[in-house]
Write a protein that binds this ligand. Structure first.
Ligand SMILES: NC(=O)c1ccc[n+]([C@@H]2O[C@H](COP(=O)([O-])OP(=O)(O)OC[C@H]3O[C@@H](n4cnc5c(N)ncnc54)[C@H](OP(=O)(O)O)[C@@H]3O)[C@@H](O)[C@H]2O)c1
Length: 230
């Protein structure tokens, strides 16, 4: 079968699940390898489900991931991340949102991937006063040095979608910002919440674009690329 072979880390998360569904149903994609800690359950009616190849990985370090990334991979997509609350400390958060992302990038590059598309965050900045945004900025800088032909850093605003867990602060933020953005231009508003499916479609559009080098894409542009309507 012709088409790209892609690998996804963070495939069980909010953006990751939307991304796997969109990649599986994309005719330009031949195989979707998902590196997961626990097997994913795909919807029964998922188009292209047979293209999804799940690989359970015990540890998200470069050596273990290197074994799991397909050797004919073209593109790697990273939707990894945690919260400081779940991780338990800033150090533990850094190990996921920086170290595991960079380990995945190195493993994918080592296997021959030419393109890397990674979810960062609106406001990512190595010099931010926010620890979270500093880690995202550090991650972006580290990934840029791995040596891909193309790195797409996507910087969504607050993510909207159905989670298996409650995140009360985020839910409040989404409902406030949804109201504000309706008054200020809808998805074109810089701080509008963005659907996980929109981010996923934008990531794929970017991976199939013509750019080279390291390219960062902000949330309002992701809304356009991902075809958001409201
Ligand atoms: N929440 C927001 O509003 C927001 C806004 C902008 C950017 N972002 C960023 O966008 C990215 C995706 O967010 P999301 O909400 O889709 O994430 P999510 O739903 O929390 O999913 C995170 C993914 O990372 C995996 N993961 C977490 N800890 C791990 C570990 N120690 N080892 C291996 N895998 C691990 C999870 O796997 P398991 O299922 O196995 O735990 C899951 O697949 C994150 O980097 C996040 O920081 C979020």
């Amino acid at each position: 079968m012709s088409g790209r072979v892609v690998v996804v880390a963070g495939a069980s998360g909010l953006v990751g699940r939307a991304l796997v569904r969109a990649l599986a149903s994309d005719e330009r994609v031949a195989r979707v390898a998902c590196l997961v800690r626990r097997p994913l359950v795909l919807p029964a009616d998922q188009p292209g489900a047979a293209k999804v190849d799940q690989r359970v990985v015990e540890a998200f370090d470069e050596a273990t991931l290197g074994e799991a990334v397909p050797k004919d991979v073209d593109d790697a997509y990273c939707c990894l991340g945690t919260t400081i609350k779940v991780a338990g400390s800033q150090e533990a958060f850094f190990k996921v949102d920086h170290d595991a992302v960079v380990a995945f990038a190195q493993a994918a590059r080592g296997a021959g991937a030419r393109r890397f598309v990674v979810v960062s965050s609106q406001g990512a900045d190595r010099h931010s006063v926010s620890f979270y945004l500093r880690v995202k900025g550090d991650m972006e800088a580290s990934v840029a040095r791995v040596g891909f032909d193309l790195v797409h850093v996507v910087r969504p605003g607050i993510l909207d979608g159905e989670r298996g867990e409650r995140r009360l602060g985020e839910e409040l933020g989404i409902s406030v910002m949804r109201g504000v953005s309706r008054l200020l231009g809808g998805p074109r508003f810089k701080y509008a919440p963005i659907r996980a499916e929109t981010v996923a479609r934008a990531m794929i559009a970017l991976a199939f674009g013509e750019e080279r080098g390291v390219v960062s894409t902000e949330s309002a542009r992701l809304q356009e690329l991902g075809g958001a309507t409201d």
